[in-house]
Design a protein around this ligand. Structure first.
Ligand SMILES: [Zn+2]
Length: 283
């Protein structure tokens, strides 16, 4: 570590500047709890996809449907990617979602899409781990901090090759779903929602930390699809991510994706959010 320069005489005054929110998130389109609660009633399961341990699977959800990511057999973290089913260039924007809603997401939060679209791809409608909040380590569940475990970082830090990192699993799932080669699919894989993962920043150095996920069989995270979606989920090789990832050490379990039809009468008057209307003057 390099030694930082000595603080200036007015360091205390500079540090005492008031902290204000970066974004006026209160001005986001409101979460209509009554609407989403109504939509959750009378849903009918139409598909179930099992994601084997250390693998990935893709799934398609139509606008207005509900999907759940379910822990069935044991504590397991999942890495989620979402794309506009009709345009892979519009996908989940982890950074802006974090800026709007915080480091961890739960029921009532939306998963936003990349620029220039910037609209909700999905809304979280139920979270059985919503009770967790932030623990004594400052850690919470379902983060939008991390990126996804990947073989390039693994090579960089450990000097070994591992082919079932979430990045690779998501790439293979997308390639399989769309008839692409691995190389064609890889650029569309993006920073994830870390479903069920328990993470935070260390108190002293603000480093990214993880701890054993509190998820247990029966827990699930539920989403309402705001537009037609293609999703991919990887059952992370880190298992509950208590100690590590990017190898075959951890005990891993499958994850289950369930997709539900909703009742048309509950969607009356609802329509998919439009892409952001801003247009640059050069366009
Ligand atoms: Zn992973």
């Amino acid at each position: 570590m390099l030694t930082p320069p000595p603080p200036p005489p007015d360091a205390s005054a500079r540090r005492a500047a008031p902290a204000v929110p970066v974004y006026a998130s209160a001005r986001l389109p409101p979460f209509d709890a009554a609407f989403y609660q109504k939509v959750r009633e009378g849903i009918e399961k139409r598909a179930e996809i099992v994601v084997p341990p250390r693998e990935g699977r893709a799934f398609a959800v139509r606008a207005g449907e509900i999907f759940r990511i379910i822990c069935r057999d044991g504590p397991q973290v999942g890495d989620l990617n979402l794309w506009n089913a009709h345009n892979l260039c519009e996908h989940f924007f982890s950074g802006k979602t974090r800026a709007f809603h915080g480091t961890h997401v739960t029921a009532g939060h939306r998963l936003w899409s990349t620029l220039p679209h910037l609209r909700p791809l999905a809304t979280i409608t139920h979270d059985t781990l919503g009770w967790y909040g932030f623990d004594a380590d400052g850690a919470g569940v379902h983060d939008v901090i991390g990126t996804r475990c990947d073989p390039y970082t693994n090579r960089l830090l450990r000097g070994t090759d591992y082919h079932h990192c979430c990045h690779s699993n998501l790439t293979r799932a997308l390639a399989s779903a769309r008839g692409l080669t691995f190389a064609e699919a890889e650029p569309f894989v993006h920073d994830v929602l870390n479903v069920f993962m328990c993470t935070g920043f260390s108190r002293d150095r603000h480093h990214y930390i993880m701890k054993a996920s509190p998820v247990r069989p029966g827990d699930y995270l539920e989403f309402f699809a705001e537009i037609d979606l293609l999703g991919a989920l990887s059952a992370c090789p880190g298992g509950d991510c208590a100690a590590g990832h990017s190898d075959d050490t951890a005990r891993c379990f499958p994850l289950v994706i369930e997709i539900y039809r909703t009742r048309p009468e509950h969607l009356a008057g609802w329509q998919s959010p439009a892409p952001n209307p801003y247009r640059p003057p050069e366009a």
